[in-house]
Design a protein around this ligand. Structure first.
Ligand SMILES: [Zn+2]
Length: 229
């Protein structure tokens, strides 16, 4: 193991045990070098890696806000890791669709069980925005993806939210490709609006199983009818 990898492993351990606070400041470079018995250059290299992964944010200067802060939002590191994975592996669209069905059917059921009007306000607002007949297909699909992410957020599970946010670009790319091959976009938009309304209504009614079935049919139906991938 190279020295900076050793530092990464030790920092990970310190996060797990609470010796380094999530949301708090990372100890200074020289202190970490001493603690881990490595050079300051190795610590600096590890900090660069953590920053690139979105685990920490560094602020320049010497004031109280200076230094490296451990980011509290778990979506950032999970998101960047998954995005790289999706980009570099060229994962099949069918796998992305299958993962969406698994995650989103669970998420809408959880949201139906515990989300109030406040947690669903974002999704409701997005449905309204998608009613605008002046939207281009691309604008519509951007809102569509946001709607699905908002529903997942309403489930209140941080890991699920992070995964959905990470998959967002992958989802957007394949649905945009699918729609560009369609001959009748307005008809498809009308159908997607109706299906979204059905999903949200079931969640608002607290009918988890109906919401799960509706979102599954929505995702699989779009995929089957456009035949992308
Ligand atoms: Zn949709």
């Amino acid at each position: 193991m190279r020295a900076y990898q050793e530092v990464l492993a030790r920092i990970e351990q310190d996060l797990l045990t609470g010796r380094i606070d999530v949301g708090g400041r990372l100890p200074p470079e020289r202190e970490l070098a001493l603690r881990y018995g490595v050079s300051r250059a190795s610590v600096r290299e590890a900090i660069k890696v953590l920053e690139a992964m979105g685990v920490i944010r560094t602020n320049v200067g010497s004031g109280p806000g200076a230094g490296a802060v451990v980011i509290a939002d778990p979506a950032a590191p999970i998101g960047s890791a998954l995005r790289w994975h999706l980009a570099s592996r060229h994962l099949p669209v069918a796998d992305l669709v299958g993962t969406r069905v698994l995650i989103e059917s669970w998420a809408v059921q959880a949201a139906a069980g515990n989300a109030g009007a406040e947690q669903l306000a974002g999704a409701t607002e997005l449905l309204r925005a998608m009613e605008n007949p002046g939207l281009t297909a691309e604008q519509f699909l951007e809102l569509d993806t946001q709607f699905h992410v908002a529903l997942a957020e309403a489930a209140g599970n941080g890991v699920i939210t992070a995964i959905m946010q990470a998959m967002r670009h992958g989802i957007q790319a394949y649905v945009t490709e699918a729609v560009s091959a369609l001959t009748d976009w307005p008809a498809m938009a009308e159908r997607l609006r109706a299906e979204h309304a059905q999903v949200l209504a079931a969640v608002v009614d607290g009918d988890g199983p109906a919401a799960g079935r509706a979102v599954t049919a929505h995702i699989n139906g779009f995929y089957a009818d456009t035949g992308v991938g």
